[in-house]
Design a protein around this ligand. Structure first.
Ligand SMILES: NC(=O)c1ccc[n+]([C@@H]2O[C@H](COP(=O)([O-])OP(=O)(O)OC[C@H]3O[C@@H](n4cnc5c(N)ncnc54)[C@H](O)[C@@H]3O)[C@@H](O)[C@H]2O)c1
Length: 410
């Protein structure tokens, strides 16, 4: 298989993972260009990727007609339409961050542009590539569970991750970014559709913003954590961003090395220092969705901010056995009706770039294979991804109408 030329468009948290992958596996990808508007990130990139061309403006990149096999579009949700279409028009295939876009019309416009320009677009539905879900898919296809009748999945966002991304951060506000069921759960809609292997016909959803609002602000609390007297608040930004397993989130407000000293110096008065009860957030902190599939099959999905850690769990109920697992624990067991319980090991040893329980690593590996014309498990193109996005849009419409049934239609 031949080496492929990669461009990273938006060198943030996600774009950084794709650039790192190329650096670690130079026999697979050559990082030929980076497009990034943030001056600090460009400066850092010059040191880290000295061989790579760096652009501030994507129009300058396009003007140079640089040869590349794929552009990873990893800018924010609301910019995907402009950026994705410009790159396809410029002649490039895409690795496109999810969500495709934050509204149905733009998703369909991107899809139509891919047909018009004849470009391949792989959407970053990282869950499909995780060893966990690919094992689940294999087990379902083996017939061990019998026919799948219903699936129950939950996404536990984690109290601190909710506060960071969906209260203080980029995805806090539906108008500026996306509804939660799209921003956070389009992966889950995609995986439920993938595992069920039936068309989703209709959706009901209920949920809301229960906790992160002014009514729950502790007495005496102030607008910013840095000068707030409530030192025992579990959402105190200084505590969260300096905790060892939560420091990665500080990369959203500092480009310096993530030491406690640097984090505490750069945090005050940024958006991430804000009191979680006094932000301009409107996305939900809990939502329950019911999906009706072809042939009377069903699935439920629960999204909640209220968990101690970030994890997803899954129960697949077949006519012969049930499968139960927690993605992040790499635990999976099959409980045969009236029979034994089989433990299924999950191997994560190779996945050494990115996160998502191995999903980021295996997605890049899959992209490399698919660009070389090799079969790659889980790789999804825009037509399939659009379907799961429509499930998310339908769920949001249902939620806004107190759980009414919304049919899925293109
Ligand atoms: N696949 C997943 O599991 C997953 C997880 C998290 C986020 N995402 C998605 O990935 C995308 C990026 O998220 P992120 O967390 O990396 O955000 P980020 O803010 O860290 O990164 C975005 C980067 O794009 C740059 N940028 C913005 N406008 C630009 C422009 N016009 N030209 C060039 N660069 C520009 C920003 O400066 C920033 O560096 C979002 O759409 C997000 O929803 C996907």
């Amino acid at each position: 298989m031949g080496k492929k030329k990669l461009v990273v468009f938006g060198l943030g948290q996600r774009g950084g993972i794709y650039a790192q992958y190329a650096k670690k596996y130079p026999e697979e990808f050559e990082l030929v260009a980076i497009i990034e508007t943030d001056a600090n990130r460009r400066e850092k990139a010059k040191v880290e990727y000295p061989e790579t061309l760096i652009f501030e403006n994507y129009k300058d990149f396009l003007a140079q007609q640089i040869h590349a096999d794929v552009v990873a579009v990893a800018t924010q949700d609301a910019d995907h339409k402009e950026h994705a279409i410009a790159m396809m028009k410029g002649g490039y295939d895409l690795l496109l961050e999810k969500p495709i876009s934050n509204n149905k019309k733009d998703c369909l416009d991107i899809y139509r542009a891919s047909l018009k320009y004849g470009k391949k677009v792989v959407v970053c539905h990282v869950l499909r590539y995780t060893p966990f879900y690919s094992t689940v898919k294999r087990i379902i296809e083996s017939g061990k569970l019998g026919e799948i009748v219903t699936i129950n999945a939950s996404e536990n966002v984690g109290y601190y991750h909710q506060a960071h991304s969906f209260v203080r951060g980029p995805w806090r506000n539906k108008k500026e970014s996306s509804p939660m069921i799209l921003a956070k759960c389009c992966h889950d809609m995609d995986i439920l559709r993938y595992l069920m292997d039936e068309t989703c016909l209709s959706v009901n959803s209920q949920g809301g913003l229960y906790h992160f609002n002014a009514a729950n602000a502790p007495e005496g609390s102030t607008a910013y954590c840095s000068d707030c007297p409530c030192t025992d608040c579990i959402y105190k930004a200084q505590t969260i961003y300096t905790s060892e397993n939560k420091k990665w989130m500080a990369g959203y407000f500092t480009t310096k090395e993530l030491t406690e000293e640097n984090i505490l110096a750069d945090l005050p008065k940024t958006q991430y220092d804000r009191c979680v009860y006094r932000c301009d957030n409107d996305v939900v902190d809990h939502e329950v969705t019911i999906l009706q599939f072809e042939n009377g099959k069903t699935a439920t999905h629960t999204m909640t901010a209220f968990s101690n850690t970030i994890y997803r769990d899954l129960k697949v109920h077949g006519t012969k056995a049930e499968l139960v697992g927690v993605v992040e624990e790499g635990k999976l067991e099959i409980r045969y009706f009236g029979g034994k319980v089989e433990q299924v090991p999950i191997d994560l040893s190779q996945a050494n770039v990115g996160g998502h329980a191995g999903g980021d690593f295996y997605m890049m590996e899959g992209l490399y294979k698919t660009l070389n014309g090799e079969p790659a498990v889980g790789v999804t193109y825009l037509d399939v991804s659009v379907e799961s996005h429509l499930m998310s849009f339908a769920a949001e419409e249902s939620r806004l109408h107190k759980g009414k049934t919304v049919k899925i239609k293109l």
